[in-house]
Design a protein around this ligand. Sequence first.
Ligand code: GLN
Length: 313
Amino acid sequence: KDIPTPETFQQVLKEAYETFKGVNEGKNADYIPFLAKADPNLFGIVIATVDGKVYEIGDSKYPFSMQSVSKVFTFAHVLQTLGSTAVEEKIGVNATGLPFNSLIAIELNETRSVNPLVNAGAITTVSFVPGNTPEDRWNQIIGTMSDFAGRPLSVQEEVYRSESETNLRNRGIVQLLDSYKKLGSDPLESLDLYTRQCSIEVTARDLALMSATLANGGVNPITSKRVLAQNYVPKVLAVMLTNGLYEDSGTWAYQVGLPAKSGVSGGIIAVVPGKFAIATYSPPLDQAGNSFRGQKAIEYITSKLGVNIFSGA
Ligand code: GLN
């Protein structure tokens, strides 16, 4: 159950990078104009361990917006504030089996739930961040993200503007949620905070440390700050496993066997509990909106290192 050696990590990173950097499948997200312009050749992979070591290759320090990867950390914060039963009842934790921006699971209100890692559930989650003003809530969101990363993060204003102007579907989602009285605070304010959180700027290195904090039971491995109580970590990882890659989460669990989360800007995080986390950045996405090269790289590394959580190794 040991953590692989530095040489092993460096070797497997190099192999994964060389193997997949020339793969040109997938397409940048184009429904958010800013993301369509990203250089499709960007590719970075980072591994961060629970003992605070970081291994990186490629464009590991290139800044991009977190997009849906942010959903994990606001979920963690709300879980810790509201408790796990309230999250189950007010937001839901079941897989939707549907695309990230679907309205169908909201409409199946009586028989289905959404969950914090698809848009409907993530906006609901944001609406339950406690606080009297939007500023209050925002400070908690950005504060949580920064604590997970171990450095102060901020918003990419151009992405925020680009997405605020074009988020018609999310406006539909928030109205429908409101009609079912699902939200904990004002609908448009919740959507605005959600859009801002999706625009938070990170690098693959930041994402690796944020997810290594989850691998490390809720303590940032570099700053040693406890960000999430230990007993909530398995809850976050469970929802990542069942919904982190949207409608492809089952295939991902079957092929890779790690809790993970993707975002439409091209980031993916994957957690090996108790050991390390992997973060990738590569903008071209597959049909479900998951980074094509990122998935390949994580699958390769996981299989080479034998760390599928179901393998019992
Ligand atoms: N901000 C994006 C949206 O709401 C996030 C989606 C994603 O990364 N899958 O559409």
